[in-house]
Design a protein around this ligand. Sequence first.
Ligand code: ADP
Length: 600
Amino acid sequence: MSANDASEATPTPSGTVAQVLRPIRKRLIIAGTLAAVGSMLTLVPLAGIAHVAQLVLAPQAADNWAQVQANVWQVAGLSLLSLLLGMLLVSLGESLAHLADNHITRHLRRAITRRLARVPLGWFSSRASGEVKQVMQDDVATLHSLTAHFYTTVGRCFGAVAISTLYLFAMDWRMALVSLLPFPLFLLFFRRATKASGKNLQAFGAGMARINNAVVEFINGTPVVKAFGIEGKAHGSYREAVDAFATAFTDFTRPLVSGIANAHAMLTPVAVLGVVLGFGTLFCALGWIAPAGLLPFALVAPGLCAPLLLLSYVMHDLQHATGAAQRLHALLQTPVLETLPGGPARLAADAPIHVEHLVYGYDGQAPVLDDISFTLEPGTVTAIVGASGAGKSTLARLLLRFFDPCAGRICIGNTDLRQIDSRQLYRHIGFVLQDVRLVHASLRDNIALGRPSASQQEIEHAARLANIHSRILALPRGYDSVIGEDAQLSGGELQRVSIARAVLLDPPVLVLDEATAAADAENEVQIQQALSRFAKGRTVLVIAHRLDTVMHADRIIVLDNGHIREQGSHHQLLARNDHYARLWALGGYQQAMQEAQAPC
Ligand code: ADP
């Protein structure tokens, strides 16, 4: 199934399951058929035993004992052959189903990875990692019961029921009817129980997802929470998720447990044998059947309990697997960022970036950016400043195509951002954001993430420029140290690694969003130095909270509540004595700078 296939609408749960399993449908049908035929053959010995008993117990058997013996050997041989062949077919079916399961697991994980590689980067910021982990790991694993066991179990059940029913009806239709009576009753009870709990399955799945998210939050937040001594308050969301899950779990299991208990009571070999013998005695008394004629029913009918019981277990798992398949399908349908046709093969490094009448609102809400227009001239530094919530980070993310604008456009030269393939875009626009994302790999691999073919010299050069080279060398395994294992780095140091990564790509445009936010004073100086070296000669857009860090920018754009309030150089804006001048005065920068310059 390709990602595009996955985006077709599938209204029903079974339709969703069919669509998720489409790549292995044929294999599953063959596996089910092999299991069905195999299960039919494995039941032949039961009929064989009944037949042998009838041969031996026949009144005229003693008269022709040699013939009886020959017949008994023939039946025994055939039974054994059937048993062995049946076992072989069942085992082939099971192996095929497990191979198919292996295939679909790999296929789905790859399809999800491919899909996630195409979703907007902004999708990840608004998505809890627990939710993605549940689908990629847990739900793919849950599907195992459906792919590896469901179809073969259904096949085995179908085979057993079909051959037994045919055989018993061929023996005596009245006895067959009463002997098989417990089974439809079982199915009736079972269906009612699963239907009742099935209604609560979505709530059960949602509760599970909430717990996953809450656990991630709980673990990530524990150090902060403990430090401030607010465990009671801060762990509230985890407790709420646990309580909600407990309720959903009870609603889900209550109808299931009592219903399934009733159903299972109907499906014990003793109960079935009781029915056979009870009615058999009556039918013998009525002269409808000879006592020896009861033997096939006493042997074959109870034998149906095991496969049907197994079916009831996989039906129970099927509900979970259906929920998992639905979540997998939904993830595979996540809207992707399409690249529109008409993009150029190469982007000119000195192309200006035009932001034209940009409008953006999160999730269809009121715009947080409205009618924003400006141009980033090549080789200049433009700073975006404004109060918290003014829309600075949103603007930076739009420039990096974390998401597409609701109206207006951003162009590199004459090319709309939407026409540029993401690899090409991120080679052209590098970024260093407040939220540093590094992968669990060596420092070398982290720096070379965007250019795995980079040489050690190039990597070291980038690290030197980012002021992190000597810190890396001080680690026991240097560039081979793995982040989080033998490389325990501070927030500011991690930020410098992320700068080295951007440096290595050597992009002509750079977006910096509060890059020093996680750093202490010493790190801040190091980061600022690294960024100034890196920014030289490039087109830079810098988002800043502290105005003194961007006072030398070529142009400062002041954002206020999603609108451009004013723009110009630091001195021009101070001279206007408006919004920027007020922010500057509020920040107390003038005073701080005078104090810093005053002789001791
Ligand atoms: P700034 O960077 O200037 O502090 P932001 O761009 O982060 O401002 O936010 C601008 C507005 O958009 C704020 O009102 C903020 O609450 C809202 N916002 C930011 N991120 C999201 C999001 N993922 N979903 C919904 N609203 C958001």
